[in-house]
Design a protein around this ligand. Structure first.
Ligand code: ATP
Ligand code: MG
Length: 494
């Protein structure tokens, strides 16, 4: 049986001697187990090619492997986390908690990313103080959440999220943990110890604790080993953990894409059966997750994994339907994601409207074409199609109006961009949504959609001065008033 074969309890290390690990100070101290073939865990430490990583910890020193004691403590001189890379506000919060005899640990993504040599985007703190006790210690704080009550401590623009250790809860839903009929955890406000808290977290790599008291890292679920093996692994029985909270499947995919990690086989296999549970997740929560999935700079890789694990069909069924059947739909989406990822890398602003416009374009344009075939003029046809497609998508993923409105505008402008006529066309580049619509048109062309080469025309047109623009659109108007399309009829996206 493989080292991680048991899905219900993950053990960081196993007795075994590494025959292949000169970097380990003592053979019987090595993480690189000879019963875990093919995984190079030692010597090089954590992969140097992780996002934002100049190399991470050169080596995470191995910890002893005698009997798999659950809790491993890696002292300060044996890991690479330095206080100077931790937000001073997070340090302040932890110091305050400790001064009142509470425990305080940095936890979650911050510890994971620090160990990988990256820059955490936020800092979460875990403590044994209750939310009320935390709130009592910080005037600049407030208690939020119902499913999970947590405390936000605000320092200007930075928020330090403080969570109280969660404990085990009874299956019968007694106390402060409440389950829905399907086993979904509706509330989880049972408090416990660090050890209990660790196994309530989602992934092993997200369940590492950095103590602000002795600066040691605490690991009891094999998170360090998985970090080194570049594996995303759910803690505990994946079926049970996905049932409790199906959004964990999206988190598995998101972290695998973000970190370039593999998904451990049991973690991946259970997604196949559990994917449908996403249908019961409130549409507003799914929208929040969509933002993290698509706008965090790894959208292209995330989309691939969402499709590979049959999750996209539970988020945007229409989009999956078209992408599975029409290579241009898949290419449009890949191009939109790649362009958004590039913008994130360059620190330029991004909007979910653009991504969502690409995702739902094949459905919207097909619907518009059907309406046109029934005699509706193009502009109202696209207007109604947009309305229908967005309303349908919102049943699964609640797209707020501030994003669905620009999506419609991008779509509706496509017809005007494809048919540049008259004074209104000359004025189009001044329109607020022109740039996004023009970029969208170029993406459609790059994905193989036939528009008669109008993208290039608009590229040149924008360089003209206003007078020349009026002449150019006049030249577009053939004698008799009706302009012929540059290309043939657009191919139907099936
Ligand atoms: P990042 O902030 O970089 O996206 P993160 O790991 O910090 O990554 P958060 O969403 O900030 O992710 O959550 C903080 C921590 O809370 C996680 O690391 C994980 O330990 C825990 N967590 C978050 N969501 C869940 C969940 N659905 N089930 C169990 N634990 C969770
Ligand atoms: Mg976080």
């Amino acid at each position: 049986m493989g080292k991680h074969a048991s899905p219900s309890f993950i053990c960081a290390t196993r007795p075994g001697i590494c025959n292949n690990c000169p970097a380990a100070p003592a053979k019987n101290n090595c993480l690189h187990k000879n019963n875990c073939p093919g995984v190079d865990l030692c010597g090089g430490g954590i992969s140097p090619d992780l996002p934002g990583s100049p190399g991470g910890c050169a080596t995470i020193p191995p910890f002893h492997n005698e009997r798999c004691p659950r809790l491993k403590v890696i002292p300060r001189d044996q890991h690479c986390i330095s206080r100077k890379n931790i937000s001073p506000n997070a340090l302040k919060v932890m110091a305050r908690l400790r001064s009142q005899d509470f425990q305080a640990y940095l936890v979650g993504g911050a510890v994971r990313d620090l160990l990988l040599g990256g820059h955490p985007k936020d800092f979460d703190v875990a403590t044994d103080a209750t939310p009320e006790e935390v709130h009592g210690l910080f005037r600049n704080s407030r208690i939020i959440g119902r499913r999970f009550r947590i405390v936000h401590v605000r320092f200007g623009r930075e928020i330090i999220e403080v969570t109280t250790f969660r404990g085990h809860h009874d299956a019968d839903g007694e106390g402060e943990a409440h389950r829905g009929e399907s086993g979904v955890l509706l509330r989880d406000n049972v408090y416990g110890t660090l050890e209990e808290d660790a196994v309530r977290r989602d992934l092993t790599i997200n369940a590492l604790y950095y103590s602000s008291g002795d600066f040691a890292v605490h690991d009891q679920v094999g998170g360090l080993a998985d970090l080194q093996a570049r594996l995303v692994r759910i803690i505990g029985d994946p079926h049970e953990r996905y049932r409790e909270d199906p959004v964990r499947m999206l988190r598995v995919v998101r972290f695998a894409a973000k970190l370039g990690f593999r998904i451990e086989q049991h973690t991946a296999a259970a997604i196949k059966e559990a994917a449908g549970l996403l249908d019961a997740i409130p549409a507003a929560r799914l929208f929040d997750e969509i933002l993290k999935l698509f706008l965090a700079g790894h959208g292209a890789a995330t989309l691939k994994l969402l499709r590979r694990h049959h999750l996209l069909e539970h988020l945007f069924p229409e989009a999956e339907h078209h992408m599975a059947r029409d290579v241009r739909a898949a290419e449009l989406m890949a191009a939109a994601m790649a362009s958004t990822d590039r913008r994130v890398a360059e620190d330029r602003p991004v909007t979910p409207a653009f991504i969502l416009a690409a995702l739902l374009w094949p459905a919207a344009s097909l619907r518009a074409e059907q309406l046109r075939d029934r005699g509706e003029p193009p502009v109202p046809a696209m207007h109604s199609a947009a309305q229908q497609v967005i309303a349908e998508a919102c049943r699964r993923v609640a797209i707020p109006k501030r994003f669905s409105q620009p999506m419609r505008e991008i779509w509706e402008l496509q017809h005007r961009l494809e048919n540049p006529r008259g004074k209104r066309a000359a004025e189009l580049p001044e329109q607020r949504r022109f740039r996004a619509a023009y970029d969208f048109l170029l993406l459609r062309e790059a994905a193989g959609e036939e528009t008669g080469g109008v993208g290039e025309w608009w590229t040149r047109f924008q360089e003209l001065d206003p007078g020349a623009r009026v002449e150019e659109v006049a030249a577009q108007e053939p004698a008799g008033g009706k302009r012929s399309r540059r290309g043939g009829r657009r191919r139907r996206s099936r």
